[in-house]
Design a protein around this ligand. Structure first.
Ligand code: 4AD
Ligand code: MG
Length: 478
């Protein structure tokens, strides 16, 4: 019998008294008799009952935490508490030993920091098993949402010569010998001799290329890795993250907000249905963690309640200008409780301001629109007031900005004028401007930071814990 049954299926089995083969890793082994085995298909372990009196003691010794086993036996209704079925082993094979003196993941609580340093093994913990199953479901749900609506999944390039967001936070791509970089006569780096014959970088956004696709296919989305060399060591930033960027021809900002809100609700609902066990587990984890905080810092809702609340309530929509008024009048601002006082119209909101709006004032997700043009990218559609652009940011409780998007400037003259004002070379982006020359039309799109979504749904506090191998300043291990 080489056919294995996954532990998730075994635990749900209606049939008992059947022969089964089960394979997995030992989570715990107690009384020389009960093995808790897990294969990652579910957070729950199957209990293997060992007839230790008739088992070679040498073999028993090798059943250690972390070892990989193949077990043949009979699935029976369990007499013990805590499980409905268990496997009475008839044969145990050690596929891979695990030295208990050296194996870092013990059956006890490890700190998240410790597990980050052992990211190669942290998948074997209940918390990380749950996180990565939820992440998988969210990714699948994103595709399903867009596919059901007839969107085309467009693969935009990872290597590009543009900095779509204009923030100058790009990673260079080169195959120059770094000890011997060719220079021009005037002493500048001679990119003509580089692999692509020009300076290139890793993409910070697939949007510009996504827009080209939307100008023919109408509804597209991208879902790919995105790179930003911003040196922000926060719990919300990664140097490598995944972004979902839909772009839709003929949509205006209201359509764009509707699409984003529908998508977020759809994927959260999908994970709630598909990963009920994992979210239940993560809810308990967060509740335990919150108990270590002072009362006034604990959240009023459990994770599960937060997710359900998000599904059952419309997101609050208001303009940046309205938000500034609320913030200026707010108690923490008046009592000088913000680290950054609300400066007044024109400045970017700090995350403490965003979180005040979401968590304290409205107590639900918020969409802010019509930001000052000075703090937003060149491609956003200019409003008639001459001061603001058709931008939208979606702010989530505990996260802050989860989505950034806009209606795009489709008028060639306005777009060129803005690029000139901002010093963005129009010649280099000739291909982007061509869409405004040939059959331009209103269109809109947004970017969802996938890890920020996973943070929200799993209730984790640090973005480094929701991507398998996080990339951040001074860290590229694994
Ligand atoms: O607001 P951003 O910079 O918008 C864009 O890149 C647009 N081109 C999107 C578009 O309109 N098509 O980034 C979008 C989202 C943010 O709201 C945030 O969720 C996430 O990407 N994000 C990051 N996530 C993790 N680490 C970082 N360093 C991130 N920077 C942005
Ligand atoms: Mg943004």
């Amino acid at each position: 019998m080489s056919q294995r049954t996954k532990i998730k299926a075994l635990l749900q089995s209606q049939q008992t008294e059947i022969d089964v083969t089960v394979k997995g890793w030992v989570r715990a082994f107690r009384s020389n008799r009960f093995i808790a085995l897990n294969d990652g298909s579910t957070n729950n372990n199957i209990q293997i009952v060992v007839d230790f009196e008739n088992t070679d003691p040498a073999l028993l010794k090798r059943i250690t935490v972390g070892a990989a086993l193949s077990v043949e036996g009979k699935l029976i209704a369990s007499l013990g508490k805590g499980q409905t079925v268990e496997v009475v082993a008839t044969e145990i094979e050690i596929l891979g030993d695990s030295d208990p003196e050296k194996y870092p993941i013990q059956p006890k609580k490890h700190s998240l920091e410790f597990l980050r340093e052992n990211a190669h093994l942290r998948f074997r913990t209940s918390t990380f098993g749950a996180i990565f199953r939820v992440r998988n479901s969210l990714a699948f749900a994103v595709h399903q949402f867009f596919q059901e609506r007839g969107f085309v999944y467009l693969h935009t390039p990872v290597i590009t010569a543009s900095d779509a967001e204009g923030a100058g936070e790009t990673f260079h791509v080169t195959n120059f010998d770094l000890d011997n970089i060719p220079k021009t006569e005037t002493g500048e780096i001679d990119f003509k001799q580089d692999f692509f014959g020009r300076a290139t970088n890793l993409t910070v956004s697939g949007q510009l290329e996504g827009e080209l696709g939307a100008m023919a296919l109408s509804d597209i989305y991208t879902f790919g890795p995105t790179f930003r060399a911003e040196n922000s060591n926060t719990t919300r930033h990664l140097a490598e993250f995944w972004m979902i960027e839909p772009e839709v021809a003929f949509n205006d900002l209201v359509d764009n907000m509707d699409l984003a809100e529908d998508m977020l609700k759809y994927v959260i609902k999908y994970a709630l249905d598909k990963n009920a066990d994992d979210i239940e587990f993560l809810t308990q984890r967060l509740t335990e963690e919150e108990k270590t905080k002072p009362q006034n810092e604990r959240s009023e809702m459990t994770l599960l309640e937060k997710l359900q609340f998000c599904l059952n309530n419309d997101f609050e929509r208001l303009t940046y200008t309205e938000a500034i008024d609320i913030l200026k009048e707010s108690t923490p601002n008046k009592k000088k409780k913000f680290v950054y006082p609300v400066e007044g119209w024109g400045t970017d909101l700090q995350s403490e301001h965003e979180r005040y709006l979401v968590e304290k004032h409205f107590k639900k997700p918020v969409i802010l629109t019509d930001y000052p043009k000075e703090i937003k990218a060149f491609y956003m559609r200019q409003n008639d007031d001459g001061k603001t652009v058709r931008a939208m940011d979606i702010l989530f409780p505990g996260i802050g900005e989860i989505v950034g998007g806009s209606q795009r400037e489709e008028r060639l003259d306005k777009l060129e004028q803005r690029m000139n004002e901002m010093g963005i070379p129009t010649e280099e982006l000739w291909w982007y401007l061509d869409t405004r020359r040939f059959g331009s039309c209103p269109h809109a799109g947004f970017g969802l930071g996938f890890e920020r979504l996973v943070l929200f749904v799993t209730g984790m506090g640090n973005i480094r814990d929701v991507i398998p191998f996080p990339r951040f300043p001074k860290n590229a291990e694994f």
